[in-house]
Unconditional design. Structure first.
Ligand code: PMT
Length: 495
């Protein structure tokens, strides 16, 4: 996704300036055109020639020197930028940007560009925590800059705290997220599961499997890079958390089930790449099981099938890890679990399936279309799956959706409810006729009820849902989507 993108990389004068060489190198290797601008003090920490050799482009260090094609017309560089990233950004540069000062090339470009701006601060912990720096960062955030928070650790001064430049992967991940913000999944919410569930046997042992999480993480990152808001439900893995993705940590099938139900209450698609245990120990030993008998029998019981169970108005994608009759078995799972798409995964080949970076899959969809893909990287497989999700989403008829404000608008009222205005009253059943409402904490049976004090409105009876959302204030917006008129609805927050 970085191919042929222009990234303006601003480097300012801090000890972490040398790390900008790594950022420039990785961006260039990924196909981006990297235009480096160094402040004068940055050139004291790392020489421009290093950046020039890494990027193969002239490095701008002085606004008045004809060092590059952009030197005179800095506006051209500001226009050419797909993203402007400043890494490291010193306290001084942050203050200067917050004040709108344009006394060097970097300041001019930041003011002139319409591209998203990423700022990765790096400085001494006290400087970072100083209220002036924090206020300047807040100002930038309020103006739409994306701040990549510094990492915690040891600094050049010997102090330990927040202030180290974020990891290269984190900064590049944020740049990718910015590039993809208008992608074909912009505005969509995608839930992805990854890794292998772990079912405890005793306090130190569990039943697990060989899933590394790579496939699911690749799907999550690819969806993020195409503009989706991604919730990644993951078991413990050795992989770094993807930037710009909501990561929900789980261990067991039951924890994953709960997280999937919650996340899909607002999702447009669910992609279950996780390898989920089909059985778990009937009971978990409280103390570590001793090896004092020659054999040990564990009684196992079935776990819930999350993918089969979870339902709603979202695109459902499953994986099928198969070692024989791959296509037939995958077709059966597609039907049994009522999926839109299944990714049949051949796990017999050493370069496909568990643990490796590549995968060989066949995509089978609900209309019977079968597409066998060659051996690809997991990221490429992820994009192929998402291509199909985009197609399905385009075909999905939009749900009838009604937006409400929580009532009453006064924040002093303790209880909130949802009033249904008269003009959409016909979309709901008669008073006292129960209907189902899906929420992020489960599905409730509720009724429409008249309220004496609001004769022109009808309100939904209060449910535990309100108690589960103490953050909601009266007047906040919520939406109800009609899944099945008169029978089933979905309640959404954060619209
Ligand atoms: O993580 P990696 O090392 O990159 O490996 C990738 C992978 C091989 C784990 C992945 O690509 C894969 O194939 N995942 C699905 C593995 C699996 O559990 O397949 P299954 O055939 O047992 O299950 C079918 C589908 O139902 C899966 O989407 C699974 O998430 C889901 N399921 C299964 C059992 C269960 N109790 N609940 C479920 O939701």
């Amino acid at each position: 996704m970085l191919t042929n993108k222009t990234i303006v990389l601003g480097i300012t004068g801090g000890i972490a300036a040398y790390k900008a060489a790594d950022i420039a190198s990785k961006l260039t290797q990924a196909g981006a055109r990297v235009e480096v601008i160094m402040t004068e003090s940055a050139t004291k920490f790392i020489i421009p020639l290093t950046l020039r050799n890494i990027t193969g482009r002239a490095v701008v260090t002085d606004m008045f020197e004809l060092a590059s094609e952009f030197s005179v017309e800095h506006v051209a560089l500001a226009d050419a930028a797909d993203v402007v990233a400043i890494a490291p950004a010193t306290a001084n540069t942050i203050a200067s940007l917050a004040a709108g000062i344009a006394d060097d090339m970097l300041g001019c470009i930041v003011l002139a560009t319409r591209a998203p701006i990423v700022v990765a601060p790096s400085m001494d912990v006290n400087m970072f925590e100083n209220p002036i720096t924090q206020e300047n960062l807040s100002k930038l955030k309020a103006r739409g800059f994306t701040i990549v928070d510094p990492a915690y650790g040891r600094m050049a001064s010997g102090k330990v705290g927040l202030g180290r430049l974020a990891e290269t992967e984190t900064i590049i991940g944020t740049i990718k997220q910015m590039l993809g913000r208008n992608g074909d999944l912009a505005g969509k919410r995608i839930t992805v599961t990854a890794g292998g569930t772990q079912e405890p046997i005793d306090p130190v042992r569990h039943i697990g499997n060989r899933s590394s999480g790579k496939m699911g993480y690749a799907v999550a990152e690819a969806a993020r890079d195409r503009g989706a808001a991604v919730s990644l439900i993951t078991t413990p893995t050795c992989l770094p958390e993807p930037v710009g993705v909501e990561v929900i940590h789980v261990q067991t099938v039951s924890e994953m089930r709960e997280a999937v139900i919650k996340a899909t209450a607002r999702a447009d698609a669910l992609i279950m790449a996780a390898a989920v245990a089909d059985y778990k120990p009937k009971s978990v030993a409280k103390a570590k099981i001793k090896k004092d008998s020659p054999s040990l029998t564990l009684e196992l019981v079935r776990t819930p099938d999350i993918l089969a169970e979870v339902k709603g108005n979202f695109i459902k994608v499953g994986f099928a890890a198969e070692s024989e009759d791959t296509i037939d078995n995958a077709r059966r799972k597609l039907q049994e679990k009522q999926l839109d798409l299944i990714v049949a995964n051949d796990i017999t080949s050493p370069d496909s399936g568990f643990g490796v970076d590549t995968n060989k899959v066949t995509l089978i969809d609900r209309d019977g279309k079968v597409e066998s893909l060659p051996l690809l990287t997991k990221r490429e497989v992820a994009d192929k799956i998402l291509d199909r999700v985009v197609e399905f989403l385009a075909k999905k008829p939009p749900l009838q959706r009604i937006e409400f404000s929580l009532w009453p608008p006064s924040s002093t009222e303790r209880y909130k409810r949802i009033n249904i205005p008269e003009d959409v009253r016909h979309l709901f059943p008669e008073d006292k006729v129960p209907f189902l409402i899906e929420t992020d904490i489960g599905t409730f049976s509720v009724c429409v009820k008249r309220h004496e004090n609001t004769p022109s409105h009808i309100h939904l009876r209060r449910t535990n849902w309100f108690k589960a959302h103490p953050e909601l204030k009266a007047g906040d917006k919520v939406a109800i989507e009609v899944i099945e008129p008169m029978k089933k609805y979905r309640l959404k927050v954060g619209i």
